[in-house]
Design a protein around this ligand. Structure first.
Ligand code: PGA
Length: 248
């Protein structure tokens, strides 16, 4: 069973999201070998809960506050997401790390708040182009995972999905090669083994994200040890996205 996360990012108004989901739900539910989660803008979550009620598509959010509640104007709490029907929340996406200056410490706090509120977590990790070119991929992944998951109990990892997302591949049209993905997946599982256990390392789901589309999906899904993908741009058009899913 492959896990696919669609990340709509800051695209689609509530009415556009509604059309998107209605279209997706009616045609997706026949697909058998895919676990699908769609991560929508906050403004569409509450309505999506009802559209997805009888569907096997899971609902995802793209961010949450590291605070529990109270005087944090403009923030969205874990409890709010849970009540809106959210199953998973993306944490540590590189767009938030770079544009919104989120560091590993903050990401760790957010993960703990998400888990405390019964949400699953999709933790994104990945190296920059400079790190890749200076052979620092391993160090970069290790640091992001260790600091991101610091203080978690092993059983909490059941609710965590790791997405390997090289920063240079996100939204650029350039994807990692099968070899690069296999290497990163190995590194990621080794870090989990070192910090938790070999059982946890085997069980944790590891996805790849970064310019996955209809043309490269079949080849990229040959990467050993990879459990699925996080898809941004290629998930925005329902027809294109369903076509991609049919290739898996
Ligand atoms: P992309 O985005 O598929 O458009 O590269 C991936 C992501 O959201 O991380």
């Amino acid at each position: 069973m492959k896990t696919i996360i669609a990340n709509l990012k800051m695209n689609k108004t509530p009415s556009e999201c509604k059309n998107y989901l209605m279209n997706l739900v009616s045609r997706f539910d026949k697909a058998e070998n895919v676990e699908l989660c769609v991560c929508l803008p906050f403004t569409s979550l509450a309505e999506a809960k009802y559209i997805l009620k009888d569907s096997k598509i899971k609902l995802g959010a793209q961010n949450l506050s590291d605070y529990e509640e109270g005087g944090n104007t403009g923030e969205i709490s874990g409890a709010m997401l849970k009540d809106a029907g959210v199953d998973y929340v993306i944490v540590g996406h590189s767009e938030r790390r770079s544009k919104f200056k989120e560091n590993n410490k903050l990401i760790n706090k957010k993960i703990k708040v998400a888990l405390k509120n019964g949400l699953g977590v999709i933790l994104c990790v990945g190296e920059s182009l400079v790190e890749k070119n200076t052979l620092k991929t391993l160090d970069s992944l290790r640091e992001q995972i260790e600091e991101g998951l610091k203080g978690l109990y092993e059983n909490e990892l059941e609710k965590v999905i790791l997405a390997y997302e090289p920063i240079w591949a996100i939204g650029t049209g350039k994807h990692a090669s099968v070899r690069e993905i296999e290497y990163a997946v190995k590194v990621i599982r080794k870090v989990i083994e070192d910090d938790f256990s070999s059982r946890a390392a085997k069980q944790i789901r590891v996805l790849y994200g970064g310019s996955v589309n209809n043309k490269n999906a079949t080849a990229l899904f040959k990467a050993k040890g990879m459990d699925g993908a996080l898809i941004g741009g290629a998930s925005l058009d329902v027809n294109m996205f369903l076509n991609l899913l049919s290739l898996l």
